[in-house]
Design a protein around this ligand. Structure first.
Ligand code: PNS
Length: 171
């Protein structure tokens, strides 16, 4: 059985993530979507919430499991006997950081390969942080996040723009 791990913060999961997960599920026997806890980040959703949201969004995908982890990614990969770490690449700007991580992971655990998948063109711009910024200024995030999660994500992140907020005057 060929297992792939899709790691990330998923704070929260977007349609871009979901597309990568779907593509990975076609290429491997089993996919583990792994919510990795980063103690340096202040997430908008708890780890449990992020796991639950991914479970809901991937409910129809039979070979996809969701888990969470705190620690070195390659230790988890080794423990599960996974053969690949799958990451989505959007623009060239993602590449340097992802390449650095891939090389470090390869050094730490050469048995697994990092595989980069490209997102669909319509998701090139999308990230959890961009979506959160749009929501925080009262923008519409329909189409950015899985439909089933929209009410829940809006409830947490969406803030209508205060029309009485004083605009700073240009001098
Ligand atoms: O969605 P993100 O925040 O870009 O995901 C980054 C993530 C979680 C994949 C990365 O930070 C990670 O692998 N963290 C686990 C700790 C680890 O193994 N670090 C060394 C990677 S070289």
């Amino acid at each position: 059985m060929r297992i792939a791990v899709c790691p990330g913060s998923f704070d929260p999961v977007t349609v871009g993530h979901l597309d990568i997960i779907r593509q990975t599920a076609k290429l491997f026997d089993q996919v583990i979507v792994l919510v990795v806890i980063n103690p340096k980040k202040q997430p908008s959703f708890t780890c449990e919430e992020r796991v639950e949201m991914i479970r809901l969004a991937t409910a129809g995908m039979e070979n996809v499991k969701v888990d969470h982890y705190y620690g070195l990614l390659v230790d988890y990969v080794r423990e599960k006997g996974a053969v690949a770490i799958v990451k989505g690449l959007r623009a060239v700007s993602d590449f340097e950081y992802e390449f650095q991580m891939a090389l470090a992971n390869q050094k730490l655990y050469p048995e697994a390969q990092t595989v980069f998948l490209t997102t669909r063109a319509e998701n090139m711009y999308l990230s959890s942080s961009l979506m959160k910024q749009v929501a925080s200024f009262g923008g519409e995030i329909d189409g950015f996040v899985p439909e089933i999660l929209l009410p829940r994500i809006k409830e947490r992140l969406w803030k209508p723009l205060d029309p009485t907020a004083k605009k700073e005057e240009l001098k």
